[in-house]
Ligand binder design. Structure first.
Ligand SMILES: [Zn+2]
Length: 637
C-alpha cells in the first residue's frame, strides 16, 4: 500500500526528535499555531491522525481512434453503421448500439454497408447524401429483405425511399406519442411513461431541432409529435422495411446522458423515467425483429432480467456505526452494497470533520467484510457544480476547502474534492483502492469526468436516472459534451431516501420501478443514507425480500466492472462448419463473468465454455480472462 504520512507537522516532529532540537520544534509549533489561530490548530489536530495515499494525477487521455477503425467489419450479422458525414459526433450511435449489445461496425462505404442485412444510416440524409444510383441500390437492398434505420432525412430525392413526402425541421416540438402495439419496433414500449415521452419542458418554447414528417400513403406512422407530424415512420418495400425517426440519437439519447436536456424529465428521482431509453429499446427491437439470426449481448449477467445496486452515502457524523447494520443485512441476503464516504476532515459552517479513529475503524471493518467503498467528496457542497476544475496539485497537505454555508464554499476545487477524498480513503483503509465517486447533493460540474479520469477513478454515480432520462449505465463523456468519452461509466441513481413520504412507505413504488426496468433489461440503483438502523433498514430489507422474479441485488462495483468489460468486449458469431451451427468467439481485456448472449433461434446444444439456459435461447459464458478468448459452438434446432 503506497501510503505516506504527509502532514508536514508530523515530518517536522520526526526530524526534531532525531536531531534533538525539541525545544526549537516546540517553539516553532507554538508559533505556527499562533499564526494559524485556534481554528488552524484544531484543524491540524483533526488532520494529523490521517494518512494520505499517493494519488497520481495523469495527463488527460482522449481517444482519437476513428470509429471506422475502432469498430471494424468482422462478421455478417453485424449491423452496418453507414456514416454519412464526418464532422458530427458518432457517440450517440456508438453508445446506443453498445448499450443494447447489438453487434455493429462503422463504415463510410455504401457497398460495404449493403453486404449486411441491417443498415443504420447515421447521422442524417441530406439532399446530396446519395446519388440516384445509390438510392436505387438501397431500394433494391430493402426489396431483397434488408432493413434500414435512418434519422433526420431532409427534403429531397430520398423522401420516397423513406415513405415521406415532406419533412419540416422545428425547435418547437416537446412531446412524442408512440402508437401502442403498432408493430415489432415498439414491442418494448408498453408502459404509459414509454408510450408518451417529453423532449423538453414547455417552459422552453424552443428546444433542439426535430424533423416532423408527413408520411406518404405507402408508409405507416408509428409515433407523432404534438403538432401532428410524424416522429417515426415505417415503410415496407418488397421483403424489407425501412424505419425513419425524426428525433436523432444525439437529441434522444446523448443529450440526456450528458444532462444537457431542457428539463425533459417528469420526476427528478424515485420514478420510472425512460424518456431516453425508448430510442435504445426501438433500436434493440429493430435489430431483433429484422435480423432473423439475431444474437445480442444481454445487459445483465447470468441470464438475470435486472440488477438492483444498493448504495449508501456517508455524509453525516452519526452515519458510521449504522453502516455495519446495513452490511450485516446485505450479507444475510447474500449481497453487498457500495458505501460512498464523505472524507470530511475540516470543520466548517456545515459541521465538524468526522474522520475520527472510531469512524475510521468502521470503514476498515466494512472493507474487511468485503464491501466496496467510493468517495463522496470532502466538503459535500451544493456549489460543487460551480467549482473550478483546479490545478491537479491539490493534495491533503495543501488543500483547505471550507463550506461557508449550505450553498457556498471557499478554497475548493473539483480536483481537490476528487483527489484528496481518494488520498484519505485509500490512505486510512489498508488495501482500499478507490475507483467509484458520487458527488455531494448529486451536483455535477462539467469538469468532473476529467478530474475523475485523471485521478484514476473508473466509475461514477452522481446523476439521477430520471435526470439523464436513462436507466441503463453509460459511458460518461468528457466535459459532459457530445464528442469524447472519458473512459468512465455512469450508474445513475433511481431510488433515494430523502423525498417524502419516508422510504419505508415507498417500498412498493420502488419495486414497481425495479419491475419496469427489468422489463427493459435496465438496472435500478438505490441510495440509502445509513442515518439510522431502523426505518430505512426495514425499507431495504423489505426491498430485498420482494425483488421481482429474475431481479437480484448485486455488488455495485462488480456490476460496474461487468458493464465496462461488456461494453468493450470483442465478439463475433459466424456460421460453423456443420449445418445449423454457429461459432461464437469472445475476448475481453479484463476478467469478466456472467456474460449472457441471447439468440433469436432456438438452441439445441452448446459445446465449449458456456452454459445453455432453460429457455434454449440464451447462453452464459464461463468466466473470461484477458488474453484467453472463449469459443463456443452453438447448434440450433
Ligand atoms: Zn451526500
Amino acid at each position: 500500500m503506497d501510503t505516506r504520512r504527509v502532514s508536514w507537522m508530523d515530518g517536522m516532529r520526526g526530524s526534531a526528535r532525531s536531531s534533538g532540537m525539541s525545544l526549537l520544534a516546540a517553539v516553532l509549533i507554538a508559533l505556527v499555531a499562533a499564526i494559524f489561530g485556534l481554528f488552524g490548530w484544531l484543524n491540524y489536530r483533526s488532520r494529523s491522525r490521517l494518512l494520505a495515499a499517493v494519488v497520481p494525477v495523469h495527463a488527460l487521455a482522449v481517444s482519437h481512434v476513428a470509429p471506422e477503425t475502432a469498430y471494424p467489419e468482422r462478421f455478417p450479422m453485424q449491423v452496418a453503421v453507414l456514416r454519412t458525414v464526418t464532422d458530427e459526433t458518432m457517440l450517440p450511435a456508438l453508445h446506443a448500439l453498445l448499450e443494447m449489445g447489438i453487434p455493429f461496425f462503422v463504415t463510410r462505404d455504401l457497398q460495404q454497408a449493403l453486404r449486411h442485412r441491417l443498415v443504420l444510416i447515421y447521422p442524417r440524409v441530406d439532399a446530396g447524401t446519395f446519388t440516384a444510383a445509390q438510392l436505387e441500390q438501397i431500394r433494391r437492398h430493402m426489396a431483397e429483405g434488408g432493413s434500414v434505420y435512418a434519422q433526420w432525412v431532409a427534403e429531397g430525392p430520398a423522401e420516397g425511399l423513406f415513405g415521406i413526402r415532406k419533412a419540416v425541421a422545428s425547435k418547437g416540438r416537446h412531446v412524442v406519442r408512440f402508437a401502442a402495439g403498432a408493430g415489432p419496433l415498439l414491442r418494448y414500449l408498453n408502459r404509459p411513461e414509454e408510450l408518451e415521452i417529453r423532449l423538453g419542458s414547455d417552459q422552453f418554447p424552443e428546444i433542439f431541432w426535430t424533423q416532423g414528417y408527413t408520411a406518404d400513403p405507402t408508409a405507416t406512422v408509428l409515433a407523432q409529435f404534438e403538432d401532428g407530424t410524424a416522429a417515426l415512420v415505417r415503410k415496407r418495400a418488397g421483403a424489407g422495411t425501412v424505419y425513419l425517426s425524426g428525433v436523432s440519437l444525439l437529441e434522444g439519447v446523448l443529450r440526456g446522458q450528458t444532462n444537457r436536456h431542457y428539463e425533459a424529465f417528469r420526476h427528478y428521482v424515485n420514478a420510472f423515467e425512460p424518456g431516453g431509453d425508448v430510442w435504445l429499446l426501438i433500436l434493440r427491437a429493430w435489430y431483433e425483429s429484422q435480423e432473423p439470426g439475431a444474437v445480442r449481448l444481454a445487459t445483465i449477467p447470468n441470464g438475470q432480467r435486472s440488477a438492483v445496486l444498493f448504495t449508501h452515502d456517508i455524509d453525516w457524523e452519526n452515519s458510521f456505526p449504522p453502516m455495519l447494520d446495513y452490511a450485516r443485512l446485505e450479507t444475510q441476503h447474500g449481497t453487498r452494497s457500495l458505501f460512498f464516504v464523505q472524507m470530511k476532515y475540516v470543520d466548517d459552517a456545515n459541521g465538524k470533520g468526522y474522520l475520527t479513529p472510531t469512524n475510521l475503524d468502521v470503514l476498515r471493518e466494512i472493507h474487511a467484510e468485503g464491501f466496496p467503498m467510493g468517495t463522496h467528496s470532502i466538503i459535500h457542497s451544493r456549489a460543487f457544480n460551480h467549482f473550478d476544475l483546479g490545478s491537479g496539485r491539490e493534495s491533503y497537505v495543501n488543500y483547505h476547502p471550507l463550506g461557508t454555508g449550505p450553498n457556498t464554499a471557499t478554497g475548493a476545487t473539483v480536483f481537490g474534492e476528487v483527489r484528496v477524498s481518494r488520498e484519505l480513503l485509500d490512505g486510512n483503509v489498508p488495501e482500499q483502492h478507490t475507483v467509484f465517486f458520487r458527488a455531494g447533493h448529486l451536483r455535477v460540474p462539467k469538469s468532473l469526468p476529467e478530474a475523475l479520469q485523471r485521478c484514476g477513478y473508473e466509475f461514477d454515480s452522481s446523476f439521477t436516472a430520471p435526470d439523464v432520462l436513462s436507466n441503463f449505465p453509460y459511458a460518461l463523456t468528457l466535459g459532459l459534451g457530445f464528442d469524447d468519452d472519458s473512459g468512465l461509466y455512469e450508474f445513475p441513481v433511481t431510488i433515494e431516501d430523502q423525498e417524502q413520504p419516508a422510504l419505508v412507505e415507498r417500498v412498493n413504488a420502488a419495486i414497481e420501478v425495479f419491475r419496469a426496468n427489468a422489463e427493459n433489461g435496465a438496472i435500478s440503483v438505490v441510495l440509502i443514507h445509513p442515518t439510522d438502523a431502523k426505518m430505512k433498514l426495514d425499507a431495504e430489507r423489505d426491498m430485498l425480500d420482494h425483488l421481482p422474479p429474475g431481479v437480484s441485488a448485486m455488488d455495485p462495483l462488480e456490476f460496474a466492472q461487468f458493464w465496462r468489460a461488456r461494453d468493450r468486449l470483442e465478439w463475433s458469431v459466424e456460421p460453423g462448419k456443420k449445418p445449423r451451427t454457429l461459432v461464437l468467439r469472445a475476448s475481453s481485456r479484463e476478467p469478466v463473468r456472467g456474460l449472457t448472449f441471447e439468440f433469436a433461434g432456438e438452441i439445441a446444444s452448446v459445446s465449449g465454455a458456456a452454459e445453455l439456459l432453460g429457455d434454449h435461447h440464451r447462453i452464459v459464458l464461463k468466466a473470461l480472462e484477458p488474453g484467453k478468448p472463449a469459443q463456443v459452438e452453438v447448434t440450433l434446432r
